[in-house]
Design a protein around this ligand. Structure first.
Ligand code: SF4
Ligand code: ZN
Length: 332
């Protein structure tokens, strides 16, 4: 008989949380995992008892796990409802598999699913953004553009679904990565990420996994038989996030608990800063979409306007070319 679980004293140890020293059997890992998600929701007051919660469901293991946990938690709140919002970015050879997983998960759990696509919303797939030179004109990487377009697409999907809140599967790792990326850009966010902030014209977003390390979500997915996508996004390796993720993953591996310590340190600073107080009191709002922002127009609206501008300019040039040809033909 091997070592027994430090929590129940019965099961065999299957998981070791090095950051806390816990040595748990599989059942206790799953139970404490779900309990932590529930506690995170209550700690940050993320959800209301009568919320219609739109889960941003990409079909990857993180969002499928989130859907599963929330479906369990939601049973305790009969007035709350779950709906899934899935975005098809139009990345050939990559998205099809996850879209299929997302659809099947909703069918199995009996959850309504709203699917929106870049093509339908912007008239442009992510493959076209990359292939047709938009990235060079914008001077941006694929993930930056994809991230902004997807964020807006999720909002639109959530509005279609009449949701009152959006739940995303960002983990502790994702949140710390984003803070670090912001610091490296010289722009530390003015508010806590993944925590409910009400505002006119925008559906609040919450991240119930914000205190859960990525590896635990992967393990939760594995123990629950959640399918893992085999193909990786062909554009992901070019991103800043990819570099920061690699660094942080290795750092956490060597110094367990660093991610959580970083989150607490950054958020401690943020909470005491003037910017957060102003943000909590409302701050500014985007002139177009009403999202909280410290600029006149938020980054999403700005980028989407730039993309539309590039498209319009291309159409104008193409029409100009056709007119020129016609004029030549007439004068010949
Ligand atoms: Fe979009 Fe980048 Fe994610 Fe690919 S890796 S889906 S381009 S954000
Ligand atoms: Zn905006």
């Amino acid at each position: 008989m091997g070592e027994v679980c430090g929590r129940c004293g019965r099961g065999q140890v299957a998981v070791v949380r090095r950051y806390s020293g816990e040595r748990l059997c599989r059942a206790c890992f799953l139970e404490t995992f779900e309990r932590r998600v529930y506690r995170t929701i209550t700690k940050y007051d993320m959800l209301r008892e009568d919320d219609r919660i739109a889960v941003a469901l990409s079909g990857g293991k993180d969002s499928l796990s989130l859907l599963k946990v929330l479906a369990k938690i939601e049973r305790r709140f009969p007035r709350a409802e779950l709906v899934a919002v899935t975005v098809d970015e139009g990345i050939g050879g990559y998205r099809e598999e996850a879209l299929d997983y997302a659809r099947r998960a909703c069918e199995e759990l009996g959850i309504e699913q709203v699917v929106v696509s870049f093509d339908e919303l912007y008239g442009l797939s992510m493959d076209e953004v990359v292939r047709d030179g938009y990235l060079d004109e914008l001077g941006l990487g694929p993930c930056t553009v994809c991230g902004v377009m997807r964020r807006r697409a999720i909002e639109i999907g959530a509005m279609k679904a009449n949701a009152t809140v959006i739940a995303t599967a960002h983990t502790l790792d994702d949140i710390v990565q984003t803070y670090l990326m912001n610091i490296l850009r010289g722009d530390l966010n003015h508010h806590l990420l993944g925590v409910r902030r009400e505002g006119e014209g925008v559906i609040p977003r919450v991240s119930p996994f914000r205190l859960t390390p990525q590896w635990e979500v992967i393990l939760y997915a594995y123990y629950n038989g959640i399918p893992m996508q085999e193909v990786e996004c062909p554009y992901g390796h070019a991103s800043q996030r990819f570099l920061i993720r690699s660094f942080l993953t290795e750092f956490e591996e060597r110094f367990p608990g660093s991610l959580y310590a970083a989150l607490m340190a950054i958020e401690g600073r943020l909470l005491s800063s003037q910017a957060v107080k102003e943000g909590a009191a409302g701050g500014g709002r985007c002139r177009f979409c009403g999202s909280p922002t410290f600029r006149e127009v938020c980054r999403s609206c700005e980028l989407i306007a730039q993309i539309s501008g590039i498209r319009a300019e291309r159409v104008r040039r193409a029409l100009g070319g056709i007119e020129g040809l016609l004029a030549k033909a007439r004068s010949a």
